[in-house]
Ligand binder design. Structure first.
Ligand code: SF4
Ligand code: SF4
Length: 217
């Protein structure tokens, strides 16, 4: 199977393949899985699709996760595969380890993952475990190697997210403060990355920040 065929199934939902790999023993994938494709928003294309979906406005918890589960379960079924998700565990799937296996997603200086075209805005809505190999898995060079200024290192106003790690309480305190208004529109560290800058709509970033501030973990 070619990546373009997968992308064609995902495009109506504003989703795309972020990277893929051929599993090895120990990857924790279902028996018979010949390829795993990580799936996430195709830039800003997902946001209007999700906003028009019933989950967005039904008032029930976790609308984006429920939408992702519905959509990707149907896509996987059409490919005789299985959809796996970074939420709803246990079991909790090792999405970070899987991402690093793709050759398109890398560790950034600030502990977040960075994608070759989406930069620090990369996020996963799920993964497709497929019974056939992907013929043309793309690989890229780590974008940080050619990022001279590395603005992600210093973009966090309270220095809660730096190469030293992520101080979650400090981030939450800043978000709750008057000075955190800009961060409530989207994490400034993610927005500072020149790779994929502007790909994520402001409304989508604010949605994620709002969900984060309401969560307890
Ligand atoms: S800002 Fe530069 S160094 Fe930081 S994650 Fe983006 S590409 Fe890498
Ligand atoms: S949301 Fe703001 S305070 Fe939190 S890590 Fe991002 S830049 Fe720092």
């Amino acid at each position: 199977m070619r990546t373009a065929r997968l992308d064609a199934r995902l495009a109506p939902h504003g989703l795309c393949v972020l990277g893929s790999f051929a599993p090895e023993p120990g990857d924790g994938l279902p028996e018979g899985c010949a390829a795993l494709a990580l799936v996430g928003p195709d830039g800003g294309a997902m946001w209007p699709v999700f906003r028009a979906a019933p989950e967005y406005s039904d008032g029930r918890p976790d609308p984006l996760d429920r939408w992702s589960a519905r959509v990707l379960t149907a896509v996987a079924a059409g490919l005789d595969g299985t959809a796996l998700f970074p939420f709803g565990g246990p079991p909790w799937h090792p999405f970070i380890a899987w991402a690093l296996r793709t050759g398109r997603i890398f560790a950034s200086p600030v502990t977040l993952l960075v994608h070759d075209t989406q930069g620090l805005t990369v996020s996963f809505r799920g993964a497709l475990a497929l019974p056939v190999a992907i013929d043309d898995p793309a690989v890229s060079a780590r974008p940080c190697a050619r990022c001279a200024d590395q603005p992600c290192r210093t973009a966090c106003p309270p220095a809660a997210l730096t190469p030293a790690g992520y101080d979650v309480p400090a981030c939450r305190a800043h978000l709750a403060s008057r000075r955190g208004a800009d961060c409530r529109l989207g994490c400034r560290v993610r927005r500072a990355c020149p790779v994929g800058r502007g790909l994520r709509p402001e409304g989508q970033s604010a949605f994620h920040m709002s969900a984060f501030t309401r969560s307890r973990s």
